[in-house]
Design a binder for this molecule. Structure first.
Ligand code: DOR
Ligand code: ZN
Length: 344
């Protein structure tokens, strides 16, 4: 009997952290192996705020994936001080595809983020006019607000008004985690879409504490209640073109995760496509996988769909316990567990 296989148009990762330096050299190939393109997050230290910095970072990524035809889709980090001239320069460059809005202090390397989106209105006006998308980390950073409510609060206090003020602005609500976010995107116009990560489809917040504190399940936005996860699954079952794959793969060295004050971020790059496939199979919607991984994002960004294909076979394999980062190691998402689908 032949092994069941899935042939998909090559997917893209619409939300990826590749880091820089030694880590970049070790992690980039995992994404290049699966994905044709990826939207590269700019939250380096210091952040990628200018076109000049982005082109330099692009060169370092291309060197790290030497010989592959992986295409990094670069982004700029929005700050209170981003200028209209920088937006125009970004638009003129062919390789910058979006601006990333981190509310100041909301997550890893977000201290240079936006303190009040009102500071960015002229820039947003230009982005709206020129069709440059805004990618949003949708959580308020007010630490008085319960961490499980920060996404909902962001929708009410920032995103709703923003989408009214800039009705034509293309917005990607990144890594949505709640019913409220799913409903907001579903009910909004076609200018607003969302990425969904493997971890938010697969796990609820119990996974943070299962058998003890689980640092490798800690990311931001933090995992939510099961009812929210169920709503995200409904979104992928709906087949709505507004939702697409964005892994948010965010590698941190092991010692920065397994420590008294661990970093947020889940490293899913080596296993992301296989995990999405397993989730879609479990939901009995394998026929909807290709649109989610390979069509919806490209269509939203106005980019051509990929023409090559990738093949997954139904073959159990064990996710390694760790990967090398040179002098450090990184623990992948679901380390040591078995997956049913394997990319060949
Ligand atoms: O968990 C996360 N890690 N969420 C983010 O928003 C940033 C990311 C990172 O850069 O580590
Ligand atoms: Zn991210």
């Amino acid at each position: 009997m032949s092994v069941p296989q899935l042939i998909l148009t090559q997917p893209d990762d619409w939300h990826l952290h590749l880091r820089d330096g030694e880590i970049l050299k070790h992690v980039a190939a995992f994404s290049a192996r699966q994905f044709a393109r990826a939207i590269i997050m700019p939250n380096l230290q210091p952040p990628v705020t200018t076109v000049v910095q982005a082109v330099e970072y692009l060169d370092r990524i291309l060197a790290a994936v030497d010989g592959s035809d992986f295409e990094p889709l670069m982004t700029l980090y929005l700050t209170d001080n981003t200028t209209v001239a920088e937006i125009i320069a970004a638009r003129k460059s062919c390789f910058i595809k979006a601006l990333k809005f981190y509310p100041a202090g909301a997550t890893t390397n977000a201290s240079a983020g936006v303190t009040d989106i009102k500071h960015c209105h002229a820039v947003l006006e230009t982005m709206q006019e020129t069709g440059l998308p805004l990618l949003i980390h949708g959580e308020v950073s007010d630490h008085q607000v319960d961490i499980f409510d920060r996404e909902k609060q962001f929708i009410d206090s920032v995103l709703q008004p923003l989408s009214k003020d800039f009705p034509e602005l293309k917005i990607v609500f990144e890594h949505i985690t709640t019913r409220e976010a799913a409903d907001f995107v579903l009910e909004s116009s076609d200018t607003i879409a969302a990425t969904i990560t493997p971890q938010h489809l697969l796990l609820n917040r119990n996974a943070l504490f299962a058998g003890g504190l689980q640092p490798h399940h800690y990311c931001l936005p933090v995992l939510k209640r099961e009812t929210h996860r169920q709503r995200l699954l409904e979104m992928i079952r709906s087949g709505s073109p507004k939702f697409f794959a964005g892994t948010d793969s965010a590698p941190h060295p092991r010692h920065k995760k397994e420590t008294a004050c661990g970093c947020a971020g889940i490293f899913s790059a080596p296993v992301a496509l296989e995990i999405y496939a397993s989730i879609f199979e479990q939901q009995q919607i394998l026929d909807k996988l290709e649109a989610f991984t390979s069509f919806n994002g490209a269509d939203f960004y106005g980019l051509p769909r990929n023409t090559k294909t990738v093949t997954l076979i139904k073959q159990a394999w064990k996710i390694p316990a760790q990967y090398s980062l040179g002098s450090d190691t990184v623990i992948p998402f679901l380390a040591g567990s078995t997956l049913d689908w394997k990319l060949i």
